[in-house]
Design a binder for this molecule. Sequence first.
Ligand code: HEM
Length: 527
Amino acid sequence: MSSKMELSMKNNPYVLLVLASLNSILLFKLSSSLGLIYLLAVLVAAVIIREGRVNYGSLEECGFPVIEPTLCLGSEPSYHKTVHHLADIERYRKYGPIWGSYVGKLPHVFVADPDLIRQIFVKDFATHFGDRQDYEFGTDLMNEAIEFKKGEEWKTLRSFLSPLFSTSKLKHMSEVIANCAEEFANDMKAECDEKGRVKLHCRDHFATRLIDMFAQTTLGIRMEDSKNPKNKFAQAFRTLMNEEGEYNWIYSLSLTYPILSRFAPLFSEVTGMLDSTFRSVIKQRIESGSSSSKDFLDLLCDLWKRVAAGEYKELGFTETTVLAQCVLFFLGGYETTASSLSHVLYNMAQHPEIQEKMRKELENAVKNSKGGAIDHELISDSNIPFITACINESLRLQPSFYRPERICGKDWSHNGISIKKGTVVMLPAWAANRNPKFYPDEPDKFKPERFLPENKGKIDPFAFTSFGFGPRNCIGMRFAYESMKLFTCNILKQFRVELRPDTVLEYKGGTPIVIGFQPLYLDLVAR
Ligand code: HEM
């Protein structure tokens, strides 16, 4: 038999099923009970295979290149092992700016072309692409978060939460962020050895401090034992994000057979703790009636009272809906920012000459400022354009939220490209941010000059995708910039960042939504 024919037999489940059925008839002739068991097994297999292949063909009909799907486990049966953001770069180079893949049984289209991104994420947001796909986390404390809400529910929550990031609110929160960043640098200095060095475990150190920073900025409280990476609050969030765990084959299988996700670990202890902590903070604020700053907690209290009064009954909002926004602001904020800051520092350590230039710029800005403090005023883009460019170049090369997405709500076509209802549209940020048309000069290299004010106009805004786009883009983008700038400047002021013999940046496979990496160590050397 030729190898081509072998391949088509192997890939055709119906040929296999016919062969298996013939086999069972033969067995039935030999022994009726054995034949029956065998026939039953064949039928179960047929149902399982049919379920896995239910959407196959829908992407091919639209005409873009498709990663060939397997018998019934989609195009990527080892989804839990693949480092998706790196795979996206390879596929972009192989297929061009649009390709299809069955992730489990769901058809996905990957779109890295700036014009198409603009069309989908902005222009046709309201008519076709307003929502993300369905997610099920096994707990409403996650399911009810704004990120996973749809239609009117999402719209209501978004307009409720958006005022938190107004210019005046951000300025107010910036004071707290600045204190946290300075405290972090001072604490690291106190931990330096006799040679003035301290080992920074990027993710651990940043995650712990940022969780505490979120508690202060959003709820006005500090966590118990807040500087200890093992404090129970930080530990709870990191368990929810599965930071230390690996993904296994059940995760890949559950993409085709969602019922299997019930076997994934449930975090009832952790979610119970977060639920009761946030609940008591909200109740205390409501009871005390004190509200100085109209902060995030005030917004939550307002929402809490409205929900209690039955105002959002038709949307199905409950107390858990309110608590879920709190959990998401922590999760959505600390993980992405900790990861992005880790990469900024890694790039600085890789490029000492760039780091030196950043430091000089900071020193000049401090010299020219009124009080010399590293604060909201001092870190404006116009005061520190080169540091801002370095942060942007890091966000371009290593975006932490690696695949913003929308689900196609009804059949769509534009300029000869069609996407069917129910298809997930993914923006492969690592690939789209390396578009050679807009980053012609070695798109894989760290070159902050690309983002200096005089060069910025050369980049299509839709070729810098790290915060997503349109009405559903990252709500915390300005908060994230503020935190990254304040932490980076405080570190620059007090330390040189250096590579260590054990510094490796190794990404983890399978992590959903935000990139994961193995422990990344750098040295901070006191100046
Ligand atoms: C460097 C840090 C951050 C990065 C790279 C990042 C990136 C993103 C991206 C790519 C999206 C999806 C956008 C889209 O689908 O178009 C997103 C959504 C979101 N982000 Fe961020 N983010 C960061 C920090 C934050 C912070 C600090 C907060 C909260 C204070 C936050 C809250 C959210 C929320 C709530 C959403 C969902 C918005 C919605 O569905 O309406 N993020 N983020």
